[in-house]
Design a protein around this ligand. Structure first.
Ligand code: IPD
Ligand code: CA
Ligand code: CA
Ligand code: CA
Length: 262
């Protein structure tokens, strides 16, 4: 039957297939990463390679073939507008740095927006063999298993993901870390914001804070965390980066306070 979810569920199914397809392509590049010639973008740890560009191009072609009326926002190419109301928010490789240095913690992140709201998200970690998938109102899953966040955790219960890059202000990083450690919090960082959000949804991290994320880093992860019962806030949009906070209600509030926001 059609419960109004059909167009969204159809896109979630395609997003899962495309995440696996992109992941298989990325894995081939990863196994031959010494042959890539990465270029610097904005700073000494912001790189891009043929892998990022060709996988984004492959994803865009596939999305246009399946849903020609949908818009697409992605990291490596200019945004394209659609007519259907759905916008795909894609990062072909989230974690280019770990990818290039041979760490397994990088992901393909595919989010969907409708009316500017995050409505579906798929995050695939090919080297970890993990596919995270969520749809608004339909729950979050890891390799098919339902995810539900621990509502009782505080920032001191287990590690907190933190994503500051060279773009972060040293004094703000210092103040956040000092405050967190004063309250019993301990930091964790991998170079994929999408993976850290997936880890929050899967109870592998108590929460996550990043002062400067782009929509394509966190769009899919926002749906995962919300559908696993958590809270997420993001003060960026499709055109500019912003800060991101994620956790259960207690952790989310504490991270916002420690970041100087509330
Ligand atoms: C980066 C990762 C990282 C975050 C950076 C992002 P990229 O994405 O998500 O965890 O801290 O802000 O730019 O460039 O590897 O796709
Ligand atoms: Ca990048
Ligand atoms: Ca990214
Ligand atoms: Ca990327």
């Amino acid at each position: 039957h059609d419960d109004g979810m059909e167009p969204l569920r159809a896109r979630q199914a395609v997003a899962e297939a495309l995440a696996r397809g992109a992941g298989a392509r990325a894995r081939k590049f990863f196994l031959q990463r010494d042959t890539l010639h990465p270029e610097l973008k904005s700073d000494s740890q912001d790189l891009v390679s043929e892998a990022d560009r060709s996988i984004e191009a492959w994803l865009r072609r596939a999305i246009r073939r399946h849903f020609p009326g949908d818009g697409i926002v992605g990291e490596e190419e200019a945004a394209t507008e659609g007519t259907s109301g759905f916008v795909w928010v894609i990062d072909p490789i989230d974690g280019t740095m770990p990818f290039l240095v041979g760490q397994p913690n990088w992901t393909v992140s595919i989010g969907l927006a409708c009316g500017g709201e995050p409505v579906a998200g798929v995050i695939y970690a090919p080297m970890l063999r993990e596919l995270y998938s969520a749809v608004a109102g339909g729950g979050a899953r890891l390799n098919g298993r339902s995810l539900a966040m621990n509502p009782d955790w505080t920032i001191a219960s287990t590690t907190i993901g933190f994503g500051a890059t060279q773009k972060a202000l040293p004094a703000e990083v210092g103040a956040f870390v000092e405050g967190l450690y004063r309250e019993g919090g301990v930091l964790f960082r991998v170079g994929s914001g999408a993976l850290m959000l997936a880890y929050v949804a899967a109870n592998r991290l108590a929460g996550y804070y990043d002062p400067t994320l782009h929509c394509w880093d966190c769009w899919a992860g926002m749906v995962l965390v919300r559908e696993a019962g958590g809270l997420v806030s993001f003060d960026g949009d499709f055109t500019r980066p912003g800060a991101m906070w994620a956790g259960n209600a207690t952790v989310h509030a504490a991270l916002r306070r420690l970041s100087g926001r509330d």
